[in-house]
Design a protein around this ligand. Structure first.
Ligand SMILES: [Zn+2]
Length: 257
């Protein structure tokens, strides 16, 4: 092959060889450009998605090398046969919890964090027909997922309900006696207070998911379904995104340090 090219360098074959080479170069050029254009379209799309997701909240989620290898488990509270709290107009806590949890997942994934979702649809994890037994099976399953994930952070997302319908705002709970948990909870609480405009303070508790998990576990009560004004906000996808971003920013700043 090599010889033939040399022999025919000034003849017809050489011309064909050159034109084939030019054709290959042109093809390579076209493929290269197509890849570059594709990459640009992808990046612009991604940037648009991030702008849209970050909304008009001052801070935004950015990809962070330090977060690679960090794992967060997100537990959208209740689901399936267990609706959780019911709002004044019938909004089910399980649905709001799931919507916000899925948005937190998206934000955290954009930052580089690995996310494990306990549920991504409307379900529970009990098999028994007896409600109390079903609930304990459900919680046992959730705890097992957390243990298997070896997570750095466990977030349980819930909605609040109270007899006094004027109570509103988000509230973060950490495990009783955990200083680490308290500091982490404060990071999230500060972010959430900016969104809700009804500042609340962190609290400690002994919730099942807080005391039966390793890693730093928090329960985030995203708002009061018993408050008509807040129930209305909690079903709004934009408001849900702002809550989710506040939670994600709290988590990333905790994991970075
Ligand atoms: Zn709940």
């Amino acid at each position: 092959m090599r010889n033939r090219r040399l022999i025919n360098i000034s003849g017809f074959r050489a011309g064909r060889f050159v034109s084939e080479r030019a054709k290959n170069l042109l093809l390579g050029f076209i493929v290269f450009n197509a890849i570059m254009i594709g990459a640009v379209i992808f990046l612009v799309g991604r940037a648009d998605q991030m702008v849209e997701m970050n909304g008009n909240v001052g801070d935004s989620i950015v990809w962070n090398q330090k977060l690679i290898g960090k794992t967060v488990v997100i537990d959208a509270g209740h689901g399936g046969i267990d609706p959780g709290a019911i709002g004044v107009t019938g909004v089910k806590e399980k649905d709001i919890n799931l919507s916000v949890a899925l948005k937190v997942k998206e934000f955290l994934q954009l930052s580089g964090v690995t996310v494990v979702m306990i549920r991504e649809d409307d379900r529970d994890f009990g098999t028994s027909t007896r409600a109390s037994r079903n609930k304990s099976e459900d919680l046992a399953y959730r705890t097992k997922v957390v243990a298997d994930a070896q997570a750095d952070v466990i977030l349980s997302i819930h909605g609040n309900s109270f007899t006094d319908s004027r109570q509103q705002g988000a509230q973060v709970f950490h495990y009783k006696g955990s200083q680490e948990g308290a500091e982490f909870a404060q990071l999230l609480q500060d972010r959430l207070n900016e969104v809700t405009a009804h500042p609340r303070i962190i609290r400690s508790d002994n919730f099942y998911m807080l005391r039966n998990t390793h890693g730093t576990a928090l329960t985030v009560e995203i708002g009061f379904l018993s408050c008509p004004e807040e129930e209305k906000k909690l079903v709004d996808p934009d408001y849900q995104s702002r809550l989710a971003l506040a939670i994600a920013l709290g988590v990333t700043s905790y994991l970075e340090n």
